[in-house]
Design a protein around this ligand. Structure first.
Ligand SMILES: NC(=O)c1ccc[n+]([C@@H]2O[C@H](COP(=O)([O-])OP(=O)(O)OC[C@H]3O[C@@H](n4cnc5c(N)ncnc54)[C@H](OP(=O)(O)O)[C@@H]3O)[C@@H](O)[C@H]2O)c1
Length: 284
């Protein structure tokens, strides 16, 4: 029987390449997209790949707590309808880079909200569906930029002196903390932090302006195409050899050490509790 994967960020870049490779591996995909036009385009492009595996899109946005909850409930509804409420793989791929300081409807900084808090929130909703399946797995796309991120409990959302790099690399450090703490708490579902390397996508050109936009458009041409990290991510999602690597930070299919700061278990635990407080949930 086909495995079932939930994929966020499925309408462009790495997420879209992952969807394509999952379908080619006969995995049924329930994908999240925030833009109906892009969803329609991807559905059309991948239609020939849906003979042996299904692709279902759910429209939803991860930019604040209420919308993330709605997106999660729509994904769950689809999985309940089609797959008896069971999920083998959750791929948290959606992410942003933002030049300016923006707050969402909850008063949280937007990069923090999409790149970390929505991952925490969505995973808390999908976890019960993953628990029903043996050897189920969660992938969270972090970034090499986390190596340059520092922890500052007085400026956790980078509100003071925000700049694009500070906000982004911190959010990617929080991804590693989340993976470490989840793996410590839960052994029934495996979890991995993914370092995709530099990839030629539009991420740094979408919510950026001026120099940052110009810089990204120059820099991205040195990156790999999106299929390069996508292939490793699909391997991690499907192959047995990764089952004993839960909690690892993985680049090009190999476990490598994440930053020293990301291995501070006390900070990982504190960030977990801080995220629970912001969402007003208990994610045990
Ligand atoms: N590119 C790199 O060099 C690189 C390096 C390290 C890590 N990463 C990480 O890789 C992941 C994928 O990025 P990418 O490079 O493939 O960029 P991308 O092409 O811009 O993909 C990002 C995806 O996230 C979706 N998204 C953004 N905000 C959203 C929201 N509020 N609600 C729902 N979906 C949202 C986007 O939707 P739309 O299609 O509608 O825009 C898009 O599908 C990100 O987490 C990024 O931080 C990328």
């Amino acid at each position: 029987m086909n495995k079932i994967a939930i994929v966020t960020g499925a309408t462009s870049g790495i997420g879209k390449a992952v969807v394509e490779l999952l379908l080619k591996a006969n995995v049924n995909v329930v994908a999240l997209g925030r833009n109906q036009y892009r969803i329609d385009q991807v559905n059309k492009e991948f239609e020939p790949l849906t003979k042996n595996a299904n692709l279902d899109f759910v429209l939803g946005d991860l930019s604040d707590n209420t919308q993330t909850k709605l997106a999660a409930l729509s994904l769950i509804e689809k999985v309940n309808q089609k797959y008896d409420g069971k999920v083998d793989i959750l791929m948290n791929i959606a992410g942003i880079v933002s030049t300016g300081y923006h707050e969402n409807n909850d008063g949280n900084e937007m990069t923090f909200a999409v790149n970390h808090l929505a991952v925490f929130n969505l995973t808390s909703y999908i976890y019960p569906l993953l628990k029903k399946v043996e050897n189920s797995r969660i992938l969270v796309v972090s970034s090499y930029s986390h190596y340059w991120a520092s922890m500052n409990w007085r400026n956790i959302q980078s509100r003071k002196m925000y700049n694009v790099l500070k906000g982004y690399k911190r959010s990617k450090l929080y991804n590693v903390f989340f993976v470490k703490e989840f793996a410590r708490k839960h052994q029934d579902v495996k979890i991995y932090a993914i370092d995709p390397g530099l990839v030629n996508t539009e991420i740094g050109a979408k919510k950026t302006s001026g120099l940052v936009n110009w810089f990204w458009n120059k820099r991205r041409s040195k990156g790999t195409d999106a299929y390069y990290p996508a292939k490793y991510m699909v391997d991690i999602a499907l192959k047995d050899e990764y089952l004993d690597k839960s909690g690892h930070y993985i680049k090009e299919g190999k476990s490598i050490a994440p930053s020293k700061k990301s291995q501070n278990l006390l900070n990982a635990k504190k960030l977990w509790e801080y995220s629970e407080d912001l969402l007003n949930i208990k994610f045990k």
